[in-house]
Design a protein around this ligand. Structure first.
Ligand code: AMP
Ligand code: MG
Length: 401
Protein backbone atom coordinates (compact mmCIF):
# COMPACT_ATOMS: atom_id res chain seq x y z
CA UNK A 1 0.00 0.00 0.00
CA UNK A 2 1.25 3.47 -0.74
CA UNK A 3 0.31 6.80 0.75
CA UNK A 4 -1.44 5.43 3.81
CA UNK A 5 -2.71 7.43 6.75
CA UNK A 6 -0.78 7.21 9.99
CA UNK A 7 -3.56 5.10 11.49
CA UNK A 8 -3.48 2.71 8.54
CA UNK A 9 0.28 2.46 8.83
CA UNK A 10 0.06 1.59 12.53
CA UNK A 11 -2.66 -0.99 11.79
CA UNK A 12 -0.56 -2.60 9.09
CA UNK A 13 2.39 -2.75 11.46
CA UNK A 14 0.37 -4.20 14.31
CA UNK A 15 -1.04 -6.89 12.03
CA UNK A 16 2.53 -8.12 11.68
CA UNK A 17 3.50 -7.66 15.31
CA UNK A 18 3.35 -10.52 17.77
CA UNK A 19 3.39 -10.23 21.52
CA UNK A 20 6.37 -12.19 22.68
CA UNK A 21 5.57 -15.53 24.28
CA UNK A 22 9.08 -15.92 25.64
CA UNK A 23 9.96 -15.19 29.22
CA UNK A 24 13.06 -14.95 31.33
CA UNK A 25 13.74 -15.07 35.05
CA UNK A 26 15.54 -12.00 36.34
CA UNK A 27 16.97 -11.03 39.72
CA UNK A 28 14.63 -8.43 41.21
CA UNK A 29 16.75 -5.36 40.60
CA UNK A 30 17.41 -6.31 36.99
CA UNK A 31 13.65 -6.41 36.45
CA UNK A 32 12.82 -2.79 37.23
CA UNK A 33 10.65 -1.37 34.45
CA UNK A 34 10.06 -4.80 32.92
CA UNK A 35 6.71 -6.49 32.42
CA UNK A 36 5.74 -9.35 34.73
CA UNK A 37 4.88 -12.48 32.78
CA UNK A 38 2.71 -14.30 35.34
CA UNK A 39 0.15 -13.87 38.08
CA UNK A 40 1.75 -14.30 41.48
CA UNK A 41 -0.04 -15.20 44.70
CA UNK A 42 1.43 -14.48 48.13
CA UNK A 43 3.18 -17.60 49.46
CA UNK A 44 3.06 -16.26 53.03
CA UNK A 45 1.61 -13.63 55.34
CA UNK A 46 3.32 -10.31 55.77
CA UNK A 47 4.03 -9.46 58.47
CA UNK A 48 4.56 -13.14 59.22
CA UNK A 49 3.55 -12.59 62.89
CA UNK A 50 1.56 -10.06 64.89
CA UNK A 51 3.92 -7.28 65.85
CA UNK A 52 4.20 -4.03 67.71
CA UNK A 53 4.06 -0.77 65.75
CA UNK A 54 5.82 1.16 68.51
CA UNK A 55 8.13 0.99 71.52
CA UNK A 56 6.22 0.23 74.71
CA UNK A 57 4.76 -2.66 76.70
CA UNK A 58 2.65 -5.58 75.55
CA UNK A 59 -0.10 -6.73 77.90
CA UNK A 60 -3.71 -7.84 78.22
CA UNK A 61 -6.14 -4.99 77.56
CA UNK A 62 -8.74 -6.40 80.00
CA UNK A 63 -6.31 -5.77 82.90
CA UNK A 64 -6.55 -2.02 82.32
CA UNK A 65 -10.32 -1.83 82.86
CA UNK A 66 -11.17 1.10 85.13
CA UNK A 67 -7.58 2.43 85.09
CA UNK A 68 -7.01 6.19 85.20
CA UNK A 69 -4.43 8.82 86.16
CA UNK A 70 -5.14 8.35 89.86
CA UNK A 71 -5.54 4.58 89.86
CA UNK A 72 -3.23 3.17 87.18
CA UNK A 73 -3.31 -0.50 86.31
CA UNK A 74 -0.13 -2.09 87.63
CA UNK A 75 1.81 -4.84 85.85
CA UNK A 76 4.81 -6.96 86.65
CA UNK A 77 7.36 -6.69 83.82
CA UNK A 78 8.38 -10.25 82.99
CA UNK A 79 10.75 -9.69 80.11
CA UNK A 80 11.69 -7.78 77.01
CA UNK A 81 11.53 -8.42 73.28
CA UNK A 82 13.22 -6.51 70.45
CA UNK A 83 12.70 -6.65 66.68
CA UNK A 84 14.30 -9.82 65.39
CA UNK A 85 13.82 -11.63 68.72
CA UNK A 86 11.05 -13.81 69.97
CA UNK A 87 9.60 -13.93 73.50
CA UNK A 88 9.36 -17.59 74.36
CA UNK A 89 7.15 -17.25 77.44
CA UNK A 90 3.52 -16.31 77.87
CA UNK A 91 2.21 -13.28 79.76
CA UNK A 92 -0.51 -13.93 82.32
CA UNK A 93 -3.03 -11.38 83.59
CA UNK A 94 -1.17 -8.60 85.40
CA UNK A 95 2.05 -9.23 83.47
CA UNK A 96 3.64 -7.09 80.78
CA UNK A 97 6.56 -7.50 78.37
CA UNK A 98 8.67 -4.56 77.28
CA UNK A 99 8.48 -4.51 73.51
CA UNK A 100 10.22 -2.59 70.68
CA UNK A 101 8.87 -1.61 67.28
CA UNK A 102 8.69 -4.60 64.93
CA UNK A 103 8.98 -7.24 67.66
CA UNK A 104 6.47 -10.12 67.79
CA UNK A 105 3.66 -9.62 70.29
CA UNK A 106 4.23 -12.20 73.04
CA UNK A 107 1.70 -14.92 73.70
CA UNK A 108 -0.93 -13.84 76.21
CA UNK A 109 -0.83 -10.16 75.14
CA UNK A 110 -3.44 -8.48 72.97
CA UNK A 111 -2.37 -4.83 72.92
CA UNK A 112 0.59 -2.50 73.33
CA UNK A 113 0.82 0.71 75.31
CA UNK A 114 3.32 3.25 74.14
CA UNK A 115 6.32 3.90 76.32
CA UNK A 116 5.60 7.64 76.57
CA UNK A 117 2.20 6.94 78.20
CA UNK A 118 3.39 4.86 81.14
CA UNK A 119 5.65 5.10 84.17
CA UNK A 120 7.44 2.73 86.50
CA UNK A 121 6.77 2.78 90.24
CA UNK A 122 9.49 2.55 92.85
CA UNK A 123 9.21 -1.23 92.83
CA UNK A 124 9.89 -1.25 89.09
CA UNK A 125 6.32 -2.17 88.21
CA UNK A 126 4.60 -0.79 85.13
CA UNK A 127 1.83 1.76 85.78
CA UNK A 128 -0.69 2.22 82.96
CA UNK A 129 -2.83 5.31 83.62
CA UNK A 130 -5.56 4.62 81.05
CA UNK A 131 -7.82 1.94 79.64
CA UNK A 132 -6.61 0.11 76.55
CA UNK A 133 -8.66 -1.59 73.89
CA UNK A 134 -7.98 -5.07 72.61
CA UNK A 135 -5.67 -4.80 69.56
CA UNK A 136 -4.71 -1.24 70.35
CA UNK A 137 -1.25 -0.55 68.82
CA UNK A 138 -1.27 -4.04 67.38
CA UNK A 139 -0.27 -5.02 63.82
CA UNK A 140 -1.97 -8.19 62.71
CA UNK A 141 -0.19 -11.05 61.05
CA UNK A 142 -0.82 -10.74 57.29
CA UNK A 143 -2.29 -7.24 57.54
CA UNK A 144 -0.11 -6.01 54.66
CA UNK A 145 -0.33 -9.15 52.52
CA UNK A 146 -2.40 -12.21 53.34
CA UNK A 147 -1.12 -15.60 52.25
CA UNK A 148 -2.78 -16.55 48.95
CA UNK A 149 -3.68 -12.98 48.00
CA UNK A 150 -2.78 -11.92 44.44
CA UNK A 151 0.28 -9.68 44.71
CA UNK A 152 1.18 -9.23 41.06
CA UNK A 153 -0.69 -9.57 37.81
CA UNK A 154 0.53 -10.81 34.46
CA UNK A 155 1.49 -7.78 32.33
CA UNK A 156 1.92 -5.52 35.34
CA UNK A 157 4.94 -3.22 35.12
CA UNK A 158 7.55 -3.90 37.75
CA UNK A 159 8.08 -0.57 39.44
CA UNK A 160 10.03 -0.13 42.65
CA UNK A 161 7.05 -0.92 44.88
CA UNK A 162 6.29 -4.14 43.04
CA UNK A 163 9.91 -5.20 43.53
CA UNK A 164 9.62 -4.40 47.23
CA UNK A 165 6.43 -6.45 47.48
CA UNK A 166 8.14 -9.42 45.82
CA UNK A 167 11.10 -9.07 48.15
CA UNK A 168 8.77 -8.91 51.17
CA UNK A 169 7.45 -12.30 50.08
CA UNK A 170 10.93 -13.76 49.89
CA UNK A 171 11.19 -13.84 46.10
CA UNK A 172 14.61 -13.01 44.72
CA UNK A 173 13.71 -13.51 41.07
CA UNK A 174 10.74 -12.72 38.86
CA UNK A 175 9.57 -13.99 35.50
CA UNK A 176 9.28 -11.25 32.89
CA UNK A 177 8.55 -11.12 29.18
CA UNK A 178 11.60 -11.16 26.97
CA UNK A 179 12.24 -7.77 25.47
CA UNK A 180 12.05 -7.25 21.73
CA UNK A 181 15.37 -7.80 19.99
CA UNK A 182 15.91 -4.58 18.15
CA UNK A 183 18.50 -3.49 15.64
CA UNK A 184 19.05 0.07 14.41
CA UNK A 185 21.00 0.93 11.31
CA UNK A 186 21.47 4.33 9.75
CA UNK A 187 22.33 4.62 6.10
CA UNK A 188 23.98 7.42 4.20
CA UNK A 189 27.26 7.96 2.34
CA UNK A 190 27.46 11.32 4.09
CA UNK A 191 27.49 9.91 7.61
CA UNK A 192 30.47 9.90 9.92
CA UNK A 193 30.52 8.74 13.52
CA UNK A 194 31.28 11.34 16.18
CA UNK A 195 34.97 11.34 16.99
CA UNK A 196 36.10 11.00 13.37
CA UNK A 197 37.19 13.88 11.11
CA UNK A 198 34.53 15.50 8.92
CA UNK A 199 35.59 15.58 5.28
CA UNK A 200 33.80 18.03 2.93
CA UNK A 201 30.20 17.00 2.32
CA UNK A 202 30.03 14.76 5.36
CA UNK A 203 27.89 15.16 8.48
CA UNK A 204 27.92 13.44 11.81
CA UNK A 205 25.43 10.67 12.37
CA UNK A 206 22.96 11.86 14.97
CA UNK A 207 20.01 9.53 14.31
CA UNK A 208 21.81 6.55 15.69
CA UNK A 209 22.18 8.28 19.02
CA UNK A 210 18.73 9.81 19.15
CA UNK A 211 16.99 6.54 18.35
CA UNK A 212 19.21 4.22 20.36
CA UNK A 213 18.83 6.69 23.25
CA UNK A 214 15.09 6.66 22.84
CA UNK A 215 15.03 2.86 22.98
CA UNK A 216 16.99 3.00 26.19
CA UNK A 217 14.69 5.60 27.67
CA UNK A 218 11.78 3.32 26.91
CA UNK A 219 13.50 0.51 28.78
CA UNK A 220 14.62 -1.48 25.75
CA UNK A 221 18.35 -1.03 26.12
CA UNK A 222 21.36 -1.87 23.98
CA UNK A 223 19.84 -2.62 20.63
CA UNK A 224 22.27 -3.75 17.94
CA UNK A 225 23.43 -0.60 16.25
CA UNK A 226 25.07 -0.15 12.87
CA UNK A 227 25.83 2.34 10.12
CA UNK A 228 26.09 1.63 6.41
CA UNK A 229 26.83 3.62 3.26
CA UNK A 230 24.18 3.93 0.56
CA UNK A 231 24.89 0.49 -0.79
CA UNK A 232 21.88 -1.74 -1.35
CA UNK A 233 23.92 -4.93 -1.68
CA UNK A 234 25.67 -4.27 1.61
CA UNK A 235 22.37 -3.53 3.34
CA UNK A 236 20.86 -6.75 2.02
CA UNK A 237 23.87 -8.71 3.15
CA UNK A 238 23.53 -7.27 6.65
CA UNK A 239 19.81 -7.87 6.85
CA UNK A 240 20.28 -11.49 5.73
CA UNK A 241 22.77 -11.88 8.56
CA UNK A 242 20.43 -10.66 11.28
CA UNK A 243 16.82 -11.18 10.29
CA UNK A 244 16.50 -14.50 12.06
CA UNK A 245 17.74 -13.08 15.35
CA UNK A 246 15.99 -9.75 15.37
CA UNK A 247 12.32 -8.92 15.89
CA UNK A 248 12.50 -5.34 14.70
CA UNK A 249 14.95 -3.51 12.45
CA UNK A 250 14.79 0.26 12.34
CA UNK A 251 16.73 1.92 9.55
CA UNK A 252 17.02 5.61 8.85
CA UNK A 253 17.66 7.17 5.49
CA UNK A 254 17.32 5.97 1.94
CA UNK A 255 13.53 5.66 1.65
CA UNK A 256 12.71 8.71 -0.42
CA UNK A 257 12.88 8.95 -4.23
CA UNK A 258 16.51 10.02 -4.70
CA UNK A 259 19.21 8.22 -6.62
CA UNK A 260 20.70 6.79 -3.43
CA UNK A 261 17.48 5.75 -1.77
CA UNK A 262 18.53 2.15 -1.43
CA UNK A 263 15.77 0.77 0.74
CA UNK A 264 13.50 0.17 -2.27
CA UNK A 265 15.91 -2.18 -4.08
CA UNK A 266 16.77 -3.72 -0.73
CA UNK A 267 13.16 -4.69 -0.02
CA UNK A 268 12.78 -6.03 -3.58
CA UNK A 269 16.09 -7.87 -3.48
CA UNK A 270 15.26 -9.56 -0.18
CA UNK A 271 11.86 -10.61 -1.54
CA UNK A 272 10.53 -8.95 1.59
CA UNK A 273 6.85 -8.13 1.87
CA UNK A 274 6.34 -4.39 1.74
CA UNK A 275 3.55 -3.33 4.08
CA UNK A 276 3.42 0.32 3.11
CA UNK A 277 5.48 3.14 1.71
CA UNK A 278 4.79 6.77 2.40
CA UNK A 279 2.59 7.95 5.21
CA UNK A 280 0.38 11.00 4.76
CA UNK A 281 2.13 13.17 7.31
CA UNK A 282 4.94 15.60 7.73
CA UNK A 283 7.71 15.13 8.70
CA UNK A 284 8.73 11.57 7.88
CA UNK A 285 6.38 10.95 4.94
CA UNK A 286 8.70 8.53 3.10
CA UNK A 287 8.53 5.94 5.90
CA UNK A 288 8.29 2.35 4.71
CA UNK A 289 7.66 -0.96 6.43
CA UNK A 290 8.26 -4.54 5.39
CA UNK A 291 8.59 -8.00 6.81
CA UNK A 292 11.56 -10.22 6.11
CA UNK A 293 10.91 -13.65 7.54
CA UNK A 294 9.64 -12.98 11.05
CA UNK A 295 11.52 -9.70 11.29
CA UNK A 296 9.59 -6.48 10.96
CA UNK A 297 11.51 -3.69 9.24
CA UNK A 298 10.61 -0.04 9.57
CA UNK A 299 12.58 2.28 7.32
CA UNK A 300 12.42 5.88 8.47
CA UNK A 301 13.40 9.06 6.69
CA UNK A 302 16.92 10.16 7.57
CA UNK A 303 16.03 13.69 8.56
CA UNK A 304 16.75 13.83 12.28
CA UNK A 305 13.40 15.19 13.41
CA UNK A 306 11.52 13.10 10.88
CA UNK A 307 13.10 9.90 12.12
CA UNK A 308 12.37 10.87 15.71
CA UNK A 309 8.73 11.75 14.99
CA UNK A 310 8.09 8.56 13.07
CA UNK A 311 9.85 6.59 15.77
CA UNK A 312 7.31 7.94 18.28
CA UNK A 313 4.30 7.43 16.03
CA UNK A 314 5.14 4.20 14.19
CA UNK A 315 7.74 2.33 16.20
CA UNK A 316 6.43 2.83 19.73
CA UNK A 317 3.08 1.09 19.14
CA UNK A 318 5.00 -1.89 17.77
CA UNK A 319 7.34 -1.96 20.76
CA UNK A 320 4.35 -1.72 23.09
CA UNK A 321 2.68 -4.71 21.45
CA UNK A 322 5.84 -6.81 21.26
CA UNK A 323 6.67 -6.29 24.90
CA UNK A 324 3.16 -6.53 26.46
CA UNK A 325 3.65 -2.97 27.62
CA UNK A 326 0.79 -0.75 26.38
CA UNK A 327 2.19 2.32 28.13
CA UNK A 328 5.10 2.33 25.69
CA UNK A 329 2.77 3.73 23.03
CA UNK A 330 2.13 7.46 23.10
CA UNK A 331 -1.07 8.81 24.57
CA UNK A 332 -3.15 11.61 23.18
CA UNK A 333 -5.12 14.51 24.52
CA UNK A 334 -6.07 18.08 23.84
CA UNK A 335 -4.43 21.25 25.03
CA UNK A 336 -4.60 24.99 24.55
CA UNK A 337 -1.99 26.48 22.27
CA UNK A 338 -0.10 29.39 23.80
CA UNK A 339 1.87 30.45 20.70
CA UNK A 340 0.86 31.02 17.09
CA UNK A 341 1.77 28.55 14.37
CA UNK A 342 1.31 30.46 11.16
CA UNK A 343 2.56 27.96 8.58
CA UNK A 344 -0.10 26.40 6.41
CA UNK A 345 -0.36 22.60 6.71
CA UNK A 346 -1.41 21.17 3.40
CA UNK A 347 -0.77 17.66 4.63
CA UNK A 348 -1.18 16.45 8.21
CA UNK A 349 1.67 17.82 10.21
CA UNK A 350 3.30 16.96 13.53
CA UNK A 351 5.00 19.83 15.28
CA UNK A 352 7.35 19.54 18.24
CA UNK A 353 6.05 21.21 21.38
CA UNK A 354 6.24 21.49 25.12
CA UNK A 355 3.17 20.46 27.06
CA UNK A 356 2.62 21.72 30.58
CA UNK A 357 -0.58 21.91 32.63
CA UNK A 358 -2.90 21.62 29.65
CA UNK A 359 -1.05 24.33 27.73
CA UNK A 360 1.12 23.78 24.72
CA UNK A 361 4.13 25.88 23.73
CA UNK A 362 6.14 25.93 20.51
CA UNK A 363 9.92 26.05 20.73
CA UNK A 364 10.34 28.19 17.62
CA UNK A 365 12.50 26.60 14.96
CA UNK A 366 10.81 23.66 13.40
CA UNK A 367 11.98 21.79 10.32
CA UNK A 368 12.55 18.09 9.79
CA UNK A 369 16.31 18.59 9.47
CA UNK A 370 16.55 20.52 12.75
CA UNK A 371 17.12 18.70 15.98
CA UNK A 372 18.23 21.16 18.64
CA UNK A 373 14.84 22.79 19.21
CA UNK A 374 13.37 19.34 19.92
CA UNK A 375 15.42 19.20 23.11
CA UNK A 376 13.04 19.55 26.03
CA UNK A 377 9.96 18.90 23.90
CA UNK A 378 7.56 16.35 25.36
CA UNK A 379 4.73 16.45 22.86
CA UNK A 380 3.76 16.68 19.22
CA UNK A 381 0.87 18.78 17.97
CA UNK A 382 -1.18 16.82 15.46
CA UNK A 383 -2.31 19.38 12.87
CA UNK A 384 -4.93 18.13 10.40
CA UNK A 385 -4.31 18.46 6.66
CA UNK A 386 -5.74 21.67 5.25
CA UNK A 387 -5.17 23.78 8.36
CA UNK A 388 -4.38 27.41 7.46
CA UNK A 389 -2.78 28.51 10.69
CA UNK A 390 -3.08 27.96 14.39
CA UNK A 391 -3.40 30.79 16.86
CA UNK A 392 -2.83 31.29 20.52
CA UNK A 393 -5.91 30.05 22.36
CA UNK A 394 -6.77 27.34 19.82
CA UNK A 395 -7.43 23.90 21.26
CA UNK A 396 -5.16 21.40 19.54
CA UNK A 397 -4.77 17.65 19.42
CA UNK A 398 -1.61 16.55 21.21
CA UNK A 399 0.48 13.39 21.26
CA UNK A 400 2.29 13.05 24.57
CA UNK A 401 5.74 11.57 24.31
P1 AMP B 1 17.54 10.61 3.49
O1 AMP B 1 16.36 10.13 4.25
O2 AMP B 1 18.60 9.55 3.34
O3 AMP B 1 17.15 11.20 2.16
O4 AMP B 1 18.20 11.76 4.33
C1 AMP B 1 17.49 12.96 4.56
C2 AMP B 1 18.37 13.98 5.22
O5 AMP B 1 18.71 13.51 6.53
C3 AMP B 1 19.67 14.26 4.53
O6 AMP B 1 19.97 15.63 4.68
C4 AMP B 1 20.67 13.41 5.28
O7 AMP B 1 21.98 13.89 5.18
C5 AMP B 1 20.15 13.50 6.68
N1 AMP B 1 20.49 12.31 7.43
C6 AMP B 1 20.32 11.04 7.02
N2 AMP B 1 20.73 10.17 7.94
C7 AMP B 1 21.16 10.91 8.99
C8 AMP B 1 21.72 10.58 10.25
N3 AMP B 1 21.89 9.30 10.62
N4 AMP B 1 22.07 11.57 11.08
C9 AMP B 1 21.88 12.85 10.69
N5 AMP B 1 21.36 13.22 9.54
C10 AMP B 1 21.01 12.27 8.66
MG1 MG C 1 20.29 9.37 2.24
Amino acid sequence: MVDVTLEQAVDLLLQKTEETSQTEELPLLAAVGRVCAEDIAAPMDNPPFARSPLDGYALQASCTRGAGERNPAVFKIIGEVCAGDFFAGKAAAGEAVRIMTGAPIPAGCDCVVRQESVSLDTAGRLCVPCELRVHEAYCFKGEDIACGEKILYKNEILHAVQLGVLASMGFKQVKVWRQPRVAICSTGDELVLPGAQLAPGKIYNSNLYTLAGRFRELGCPAPMVGMLPDDAALMMKNIRKIYNEVDLLITTGGVSVGKKDIMHPVVKGLLAQRLFWRVKMKPGAPAMAYTCGKMLGIALSGNPFASLTTFELLVRPVLARMSHHPQLACTRGRAVLVDDFLKESRSRRFVRAVHEDGKIYLPGRNASGMLLSAAGCNALIDIPAGTQALHSGDVVEVVYL
